[in-house]
Design a protein around this ligand. Structure first.
Ligand SMILES: Cc1cc2nc3c(=O)[nH]c(=O)nc-3n(C[C@H](O)[C@H](O)[C@H](O)COP(=O)(O)O)c2cc1C
Length: 305
């Protein structure tokens, strides 16, 4: 547990990643020791409108708990309404996280995601309203600021703490940087030092060793990993998998995707499959076969050579 209010089982957590952090992938990361796993960003509006597809994205299963649901939106009322729906789902999420870091244009143009950082009072209101209806901890995920000239993470963290947030995750880039350059861990450390609530640091962690090094050398209470976990759930366990293990886990992952989504799961599994063999020498032919496989049988044949 990284703090009394936060139910993490280890300080290394799997980030919310749209299109990736579904139940199969969350479960694999959980099995390797991820201390908390997150759904991808969930539209509060769609949840309030009873969208079946959104409900499936939001659902958490017993064997992956503790797991968090991440909501995005810009209306405090609608965000609170969505939080109420989420709190009634079983199993209940370990916490509700608010997305204030997504840099995608279609999200920011609706004043959601990282655009929330332009309005610290709105962030305060969203957290306050969600807090008033939910019986699980509420956290916030931010960037350093909306632009490189408006790095206002200190003010946002202050507002979040005042509104009752239990922790803040900070990705060490500004929204206008998107994913360019390097995550600024000096700024992350400044945020962790000044914050009255626990800070989870995020950005460019690609190995277990690096994650532990950040945990030991910064004031962060936890470390969040996104891209470094794709095709590499072992990042949470300090285990270097053998080639056989990679093939076995990729095959299991594909089967889980098929069981969860049906035939379409095979198409959705492709982007995960190539990442399992990303660093393997002379694997371009293998990766080409993996991204063109159309059925589970085809994939199993490739993965069980
Ligand atoms: C494809 C993709 C989808 C993402 N989706 C989300 C999301 O749904 N919610 C969120 O808060 N961040 C999202 N992120 C940002 C990550 O959670 C994380 O903050 C960022 O990738 C930096 O961490 P990393 O260097 O470990 O990848 C996404 C990132 C990527 C690359």
């Amino acid at each position: 547990m990284i703090s009394e209010n936060l139910p993490f089982t280890s300080p290394l957590v799997l980030a919310p990643i749209a299109g990736y952090t579904d139940y199969p992938f969350r479960l694999l990361c959980k099995e390797q020791g991820a201390g908390l796993v997150y759904t991808e960003l969930i539209s509060a509006e769609a949840l309030c409108r009873n969208s079946k597809k959104t409900y499936k994205l939001t659902k958490i299963y017993h064997d992956e708990t503790p797991a968090a649901v991440q909501l995005f939106g810009s209306s405090p009322d609608r965000m609170a309404e969505a939080a109420e729906i989420v709190c009634k789902m079983l199993p209940k999420p370990a916490l509700i996280d608010i997305n204030s870091g997504c840099c995608a244009r279609k999200i920011c143009n609706n004043n959601s995601g990282a655009a929330l950082m332009k309005d610290p009072d709105l962030v305060f209101n969203i957290i306050s309203q969600i807090k008033s209806v939910s019986d699980v901890p509420v956290t916030l995920k931010i960037r350093l600021g909306f632009t490189q000239n408006t790095k206002n993470y200190a003010l946002i963290i202050e507002k979040a703490a005042l509104a009752g947030a239990s922790a803040v995750t900070i990705h060490g880039r500004t929204s206008d940087q998107q994913y360019s350059g390097e995550a600024d861990w000096i700024e992350i450390e400044k945020a962790a030092e000044l914050s009255p609530i626990p800070v989870i640091g995020n950005g460019d962690i690609t190995s277990y060793k690096q994650a532990i090094e950040k945990l030991e050398t910064t004031s962060c209470s936890g470390i969040m990993i996104a891209r470094g976990a794709i095709g590499n759930p072992w990042i949470f366990s300090n285990h270097e998998p053998s080639d056989n293990e990679r093939f076995e886990t990729a095959a299991r992952h594909a089967r889980m995707m098929f069981d969860y989504y049906g035939d379409h799961g095979i198409i959705m599994a492709r982007k995960h499959m190539v990442k399992y063999f990303h660093h393997k020498k002379n694997s371009s032919q293998l990766r080409h076969k993996l991204v063109t496989a159309k059925t589970l049988d085809e994939l199993m044949e490739i993965l069980n050579p």
